[in-house]
Design a protein around this ligand. Structure first.
Ligand code: SF4
Length: 678
């Protein structure tokens, strides 16, 4: 298909200092959790982005010295020549598709844990470590600053030798250069502290040093948080953020700007931000510099992208999450296939992977970070050698993914769901406050399935075991989902409770009557308890949220949402009881016990909703396995293991990839050859 001419502007080359980007699609640095331990996997991931059309592809954060160690999280290193050889694989993989390779040189200062290297942490001043460690970073003296400038310079030279085209000076996300800028962190009284000119001194010197070291052939980019969203006590886009850009306007070759102090501000989920949410804070930058500017904002709409360029907000379309959800987003626009873009849903499961210290995962794109380990490509899947019939039962996230991926392999697929609408659990979950984008999980798959002649879809078709046995498929895949349990068994409370009349989230979505004082008991700790509480409170109900954990929806700390959620629930005036286990239910009340002491209390309750865990809908599976069948039988998604939507999609995708293939006994891993292990 021909490209829509309205999008031509997105494919213009842009000069960045001594190098030229082939188009305006710029994958900004983002964590992948692969780090220095998995260079081949990192290279393959970035190579796929370049293959997908991103004109600039950057690495994740790359430590310039052992005093900046982010263990146990995945981070790169450029400490020695071995690192050069390892990272050259990434630069080569990006160059193989004609894109520019960028590297984000990083020093965390008091934000680095140094758990692996056990080097003393350093910071502009002696300030408590930011990484929840009971320790204080050492204030840097002038010799430390001189050494630090040398580390940046040496790392830049190594980056150039590894083949990178864009080398970063990284002054964002609360890391060391930003700590010098921020009066909250910088309490120095010398030439590097006090006035803004003094606090900017180190950043200026880093840019000059880096340009001097590699600027003849590499562009030098500055990543700066122009607003840390701390109000007048912090850097603000109408205060010192603006002044910093004005002072250094023409010095770097590119400005990569965002609203981070903390990472959570920069990667806000869709629950708390809309596409383009950083524009109010970053829009001023282009007015102060002639150098190209890039920023992010979870851009997935080509029209919004064009608007960003035409209105002079930025020169590139910066993206981390949209490039994870669809590494081929630029190619799809270029080829007039924008309807096929697998849009990021803003769920931040990718951030959870980073916060858990494991490699990247994505709800929409099950292939991310599996490019090397499993050999998965987001746009290619091996054909199945024979044309056989598969019946997929259940059209939630797993069923849709299974039907699509098996269909792409060339099998004759029938997808049946008892509901009149496809989507399964997403139909309900996407009605919760801020989660409407989650319906994209269904929409993209339903749309892509509609393009396949070999996949037939039958909504409103309940299948019994007898129906399935008589259908005549050679293979049956059950994706029948799960149901919330009503017995109170959860992460903390393992006892089966007698809870007469208790409702589950499924009952609420099905329209159960709610009256009087509502208690939502959350012992699952992800989004459901908090989101349901918000929905009901907004609907005028009197709601109390109870959880045995120290905070409500505590697992949302992994998705960088917890702080925003707590603020929202407090603003709603929602009553919250933390550290309380559910023990039982009496007339007009629930019985609670303190998680620590066990001391008991009662809380008024007319309607009890328990969100504690889910059980698989696996009745059909057990019925069908009770007698020999003429078909092969498989389970995917929640009916195999109730979990996140991301896990359901991954489960089904993996099944479809491996269906009919030799079993994968051991995952491909990176480690030194055994001969090198003394
Ligand atoms: Fe987007 Fe969610 Fe994928 Fe992250 S995990 S890239 S937020 S869809």
């Amino acid at each position: 298909m021909a490209r829509d001419s309205r999008y031509d502007i997105l494919f213009e080359p842009v000069r960045i200092g001594p190098v030229t980007a082939p188009n305006r699609f710029y994958q900004t640095p983002h964590a992948a959790g692969l780090g220095w331990q998995r260079p081949k996997a990192g290279a393959a991931l970035r190579g796929i982005k370049a293959e997908g059309g991103w004109g600039v592809v950057c690495t994740e954060y790359c430590s310039i010295h052992p005093t900046s160690d982010d263990s146990p999280y995945g981070f790169l290193t450029l400490w020695d020549d071995d690192d050069v050889a390892a990272l050259a694989q990434t630069a080569d993989a990006i160059h193989a598709h004609g894109s520019l390779a960028g590297i984000e040189l990083w020093h965390g200062g008091s934000h680095a844990s140094n758990r692996m290297t056990r080097m003393p942490g350093i910071a502009p001043s002696a300030i408590p470590a930011m990484y929840h460690l009971p320790t204080t970073a050492r204030g840097m003296d002038l010799a430390d600053i001189k050494a630090f400038r040398g580390w940046q310079r040496d790392a830049a030279i190594r980056a150039k030798r590894a083949g990178f085209d864009i080398v970063y000076v990284y002054a964002g996300h609360d890391y060391l250069p930003f700590q010098f800028l921020s009066p909250r962190h910088n309490q120095r009284a010398d030439a590097y502290g006090g006035s803004l000119a003094n606090r900017v001194r180190l950043l200026r010197e880093m840019i000059e040093d880096t340009k001097d070291a590699v600027g003849d052939s590499c562009a030098v980019a500055v990543r700066l948080a122009v607003d840390e969203l701390h109000g007048p006590q912090g850097i603000t886009s109408d205060g010192e953020g603006r002044e910093i850009v004005a002072m250094l306007a023409e010095l770097p070759d590119l400005w990569d700007v965002n609203v981070a102090g903390s990472l959570g501000n920069d990667s806000k989920s869709a629950r708390f931000s809309a596409e383009g949410y950083q524009e109010p804070q970053v829009a001023f930058v282009k007015q102060l510099t002639t150098k190209p500017v890039v920023s992010v904002g979870r851009f997935t709409s080509p029209d919004v992208m064009v608007s960003q360029i035409r209105r002079g907000i930025q020169d590139f379309i910066g993206a981390a999450r949209p490039s994870i959800a669809d590494p081929f987003l630029p190619t799809k626009i270029r080829e007039g296939r924008e309807d096929e873009i697998r849009e990021c849903i803003g769920c931040n499961i990718c951030r959870a992977a980073n916060n858990e210290g494991v490699h990247l995962r994505c709800t929409q794109n099950p292939t991310i970070a599996e490019e090397w380990r499993r050999g998965w490509h987001p746009e290619k899947i091996a054909s199945f050698p024979r044309r056989e019939k598969v019946l997929v039962v259940g059209a939630g996230p797993a069923g849709l993914e299974a039907a699509l991926s098996l269909g792409r392999r060339g099998l004759d697929v029938t997808l049946a769901d008892r509901n009149g609408k496809l989507g399964g659990r997403i139909l309900n979950e996407s009605t919760l406050p801020g989660l409407s984008t989650w319906i994209r999980v269904r929409d993209w798959r339903q749309h892509m399935i509609s393009k396949l002649n070999n996949v037939q879809v039958f909504p409103g078709s309940e299948m019994t075991a007898e129906d399935i046995a008589g259908f005549g498929a050679e293979h049956v895949v059950l994706a029948t989902g799960s149901a919330w349990r009503r017995d109170g068994v959860g992460v903390n409370g393992m006892d089966v409770l007698d809870l007469p009349g208790a409702l589950t989230p499924d009952d609420v979505f099905a329209g159960a009557a709610l009256s009087g004082a509502i208690v939502i008991y959350d012992d699952e700790h992800y989004f459901m308890g908090g989101a349901l509480a918000e929905k009901l409170a907004r609907g005028g109900h009197k709601v109390t949220l109870v959880t045995p954990n120290a905070s409500v929806s505590s697992w949302t700390a992994m998705t960088d949402e917890l702080g925003f959620l707590q603020t929202r629930l407090h603003d709603l005036g929602l009553a919250m009881h933390t550290g309380r286990l559910l023990r039982g239910r009496g007339k007009g009340h629930v019985k609670l016990a303190c998680s620590a002491s066990g001391s008991e209390s009662e809380l008024a309750c007319d309607t009890l909703i328990v969100a504690t865990g889910r059980l698989p809908h696996d009745g059909l599976y057990h019925e069908l396995t009770a007698t020999p069948q003429a078909f092969t039988l498989h389970r995917v998604g929640d009916c195999l293991q109730p979990s996140s939507i991301a896990d359901a999609v991954y489960s089904a995708h993996r099944f479809a990839r491996e269906f009919g293939e030799a079993p994968v006994a051991v995952l491909r891993r990176e480690r030194p050859p055994v001969k090198d292990i003394a």
